[in-house]
Design a protein around this ligand. Structure first.
Ligand code: MG
Length: 203
């Protein structure tokens, strides 16, 4: 399986990092070794002094597809989850300055925690989903999928023009504003609507 992630998919987050609001999706990938499941602890890597949390809605691809039409893209995912796109912001900033790829900042081991998946049929409107990250009991990032710049269907259609999507692939769909550094001992909890899906510690 592979992990595809969308950058700058919420305007307020693009602005907080002084990035332009994109006109086409910004994508990058993480390897399967980035996955962190079952609320296992996240170990801060030694190579960064500034690892940020980014809470994101995650889609699970349910069947193989290439050149998927946006009209039919909803049939290619049937479950959603919450994930964190951990980002070594210090490394990313250096690489952005030089125009270099982001992998060292984004693709490291454990950089993609993901919760259990929930059938999307559970929700009346996928484009009015509240989600939230609490750090040490305080709300740090509050988002709603109505603020997505590129819809889930648009993302699937766009990515599948370039990369075949396979059953089990994950798409991290971007983070709302409020990203910040995590520290050893932090307690991270992710909520989708009122359900707690993420609950783990930084070590
Ligand atoms: Mg992200």
């Amino acid at each position: 399986m592979k992990i595809i992630a969308i950058g700058r998919n919420y305007a307020e987050h693009a602005k907080e990092l002084n990035n332009p609001v994109p006109t086409v999706p910004v994508i990058f990938m993480k390897p399967d070794t980035a996955l962190l499941k079952d609320n296992k602890p996240f170990y801060l890597p030694e190579f960064s002094q500034d690892v940020h949390h980014e809470i994101e809605l995650v889609l699970k691809i349910s069947k193989e597809g290439k050149h998927i039409d946006e009209k039919f893209a909803a049939a290619y995912y049937d479950e959603v989850a919450l994930g964190i796109d951990f980002t070594a912001r210090d490394i990313q900033s250096k690489h952005k300055e030089k125009g270099l790829p982001w992998e060292l900042a984004k693709a490291f081991d454990g950089s993609a925690p993901v919760s259990n998946f929930v059938p999307k049929s559970k929700f009346q409107d996928l484009y009015n989903l509240n989600f939230r990250l609490n750090v040490n009991g305080e709300a740090r990032q509050i988002g709603n999928t109505k603020d997505l710049l590129f819809s889930f269907e648009r993302i699937i259609a766009f990515v599948s023009q370039y990369i075949t999507l396979k059953k089990g692939d994950l798409i991290y769909t971007g983070t709302p504003e409020g990203v910040a550094k995590v520290n050893i001992g932090d307690h991270l909890e992710g909520f989708l609507e009122d359900e707690q899906l993420l609950d783990f510690y930084v070590k």
